[in-house]
Write a protein that binds this ligand. Structure first.
Ligand code: PEP
Ligand code: MN
Length: 359
């Protein structure tokens, strides 16, 4: 075959490609019309019976040279593309997505805000252990100018023999201290049935890493009238993390903060592996504020400051860190909690770095 013949055949292929493109586009437009009609009638977009009929009909009509399986495969791809086109905006763009909302969500509690430029420091003990311990932290935070105190009352411990937290009594202690010092409080809730009562005592519900995919808890948090701090699961992908947040937002509670707290990898020199790349990815993909927990991610006091700086440099809206009046005697996470003095120094250095912008 000479060059001329080859060129002529290629010209025919180009021509057919153009016709196919035009027909595919036309098919897409009709498919969108069908989607509208289905929406009006409340019918589902995917109709497997209709799809089976179309594939069978095409296979029966096929005269080659492509075999039946190839024809089925090619048309299946076309059907799939049309279905994607038909899927509702809701399914394509999550409520938590930047594509759905371009501007940053600002989460506010008792006049304290995060998101849209203002940075937030969240500090406090791993666990609420007593009124005296919690009050000592509250007083130190107040003196340091920190407005949000964390403290676990329901502790998701690996061993059932370890301190499980003070439960509702712990939440009551948080409230007493918060009222005295004018602080906003965050505490983990592990049981959907506790969401309602928790709102009487705390200002922000934390959903812990181990519960990131506790869907009933997420749904209950979505019904809450106070903000939610959602921790990334121990081995959660970005998709899973964002879909977990979507559970809350889709139930009506848009006041959600995401927090990267390290993921489990083979590395043993840190408690978990701080996935700093999660910060710019989440900021790009979602309008929700993104925080970084430098305590549970690193588990090492000696690198918390540079990790906090890295988090802010990567675009994080806030930092969470654990601090305790006497870490050596702490009932949980004794090794990673800063003394109140160490916290003061940490916070002062972070502010001095110029990376932390106070609200
Ligand atoms: C916590 O912040 O108290 C906690 C238990 O963290 P995580 O859920 O990230 O392990
Ligand atoms: Mn802890």
């Amino acid at each position: 075959m000479g060059n001329k013949e080859l060129e002529a055949l290629r010209a025919q292929i180009d021509d057919i490609n153009e016709q196919l493109l035009m027909l595919i586009g036309k098919r897409g437009l009709i498919s969108q019309e069908i989607a509208k009609a289905k929406d009006m009638q409340g019918l589902p977009k995917f109709d497997p019976v209709r799809e089976r009929e179309m594939l069978d009909k095409l296979a029966a009509m096929n005269e080659g040279p492509f075999d039946e399986a190839t024809i089925r495969h090619l048309f299946k791809q076309l059907f799939k593309a049309s279905l994607d086109l038909q899927q509702s905006d809701k399914k394509k763009h999550l409520l938590v997505s930047r594509k759905k909302q371009a501007e940053d969500t600002i989460v506010t509690s008792k006049g304290v805000s995060v998101g849209g430029g203002a940075h937030l420091m969240v500090a406090g003990p791993c666990s609420v252990e007593s009124y005296e311990q919690t009050r000592a932290v509250g007083a130190a935070l107040k003196a340091a100018g920190v407005k949000v105190m964390r403290g676990g009352a329901f502790k998701p411990r690996t061993s059932p023999y370890d301190f499980q937290g003070l439960g509702i009594d712990g939440l009551k202690i948080l409230k007493e201290v918060a009222d005295e010092f004018g602080l906003v409080t965050i505490s983990e809730i592990v049981n959907p049935a506790h969401i309602e009562i928790a709102q009487q005592y705390i200002d922000v519900i934390q959903i812990g890493a181990r519960n990131m995919q506790n869907f009933e808890l997420l749904k209950a948090a979505g019904e809450a009238t106070i903000p939610v701090l959602l921790k990334r699961g121990i081995a959660a992908t970005m998709d899973e993390f964002l879909l977990a947040a979507e559970y809350i937002v889709s139930r009506g509670n848009g006041q959600v903060m995401l927090i990267e707290r390290g993921i489990r990898t083979y590395e043993k020199w840190t408690r978990n592996t701080l996935d700093i790349s999660a910060v710019p990815i989440l900021k790009q993909e979602s309008h929700l504020p993104v925080l970084v927990d430098v305590s549970h991610s690193t588990g090492r006091k000696d690198i918390m400051l540079p990790c906090a700086k890295a988090a802010l440099a990567a675009g994080a809206d806030g930092i969470m860190i654990e601090t305790h009046p006497d870490p050596a005697t702490a009932l949980s996470d004794a090794d990673q909690q800063l003394t109140l003095e160490q916290f003061d120094s940490f916070y002062a250095q972070l502010k001095a770095s110029g990376l932390f912008r106070e609200a």
